[in-house]
Write a new protein. Structure first.
Length: 188
């Protein structure tokens, strides 16, 4: 249980593998802020068009309206005056500039909630996520369920689709796996 911060901004990061409920948790926090009548705006990188161009959508089909931006710089420009909470989904796909953007927003008194994959399919840190996690006041790491054995899963296993770090629109190419069942992917 944290003390409730007053008259100050901060950064929250929600990380973990695919299917661990990051988007669900982001949506939960943002919906609660909306219920509290706070002014909320949500961003996602425009390369993530898997479910919907203008919404963030969880694997469990929950959704909220969002603004798709090409790069981190666009975010500052698009935050309306009076915004109290900024949500950012799929932050691993942003450039490193997202770190400065998050800090600038938090310094301006805004609560910034960021969701993203901490590890890529090779189990290496993904994009700006490690820095965001260091700079955040609050970090939540979610685990999924290993599809092989039912243990808690912290890895995203690629099961098809080649060796590029970013493989979009290919949900079937990934599975949540535990440490025991995760096997570095080899393209055949
Ligand atoms: P993330 O944003 O971390 O990819 P989502 O919030 O989009 O996750 O989706 C989480 C939901 O995915 C869960 O509530 C559950 O309904 C579903 N799901 C599918 N496969 C799994 C799995 N292997 N482990 C846990 N949840 C799963
Ligand atoms: Zn397992």
């Amino acid at each position: 249980m944290h003390l409730q911060p007053k008259d100050v901004g901060w950064i929250e990061v929600i990380c973990g593998p695919m299917f661990s409920g990051k988007t669900e948790e982001l949506i939960r926090r943002l919906k609660r802020a909306k219920i509290a009548r706070q002014k909320v705006v949500i961003f996602k990188p425009s390369i993530d068009k898997r479910y919907h161009k203008k919404k963030i959508v969880s694997h469990s089909a929950q959704e909220l309206d969002s603004i798709a931006v090409r790069n981190s710089k666009d975010i500052i420009r698009l935050v309306p005056l009076g915004t109290e909470v900024v949500g950012i989904d799929e932050a691993q796909f942003f450039d490193n500039g997202i770190v400065k953007v998050a800090q600038h927003l938090a310094d301006s008194g805004i609560r910034v909630i960021i969701a993203g994959l901490d590890l890529d399919y090779k189990a290496n840190p993904f994009g700006p996520m490690p820095i965001l996690m260091c700079k955040a006041e609050y970090v939540t790491k979610n685990l999924a369920i290993c599809v092989k054995c039912g243990n808690p899963a912290s890895f995203t296993q690629r099961v098809s689709g080649g060796e590029k770090q970013i493989l979009l629109g290919a949900m079937d190419s990934y599975e949540a796996r535990c440490r025991k069942c995760f096997k570095p992917y080899v393209d055949n």
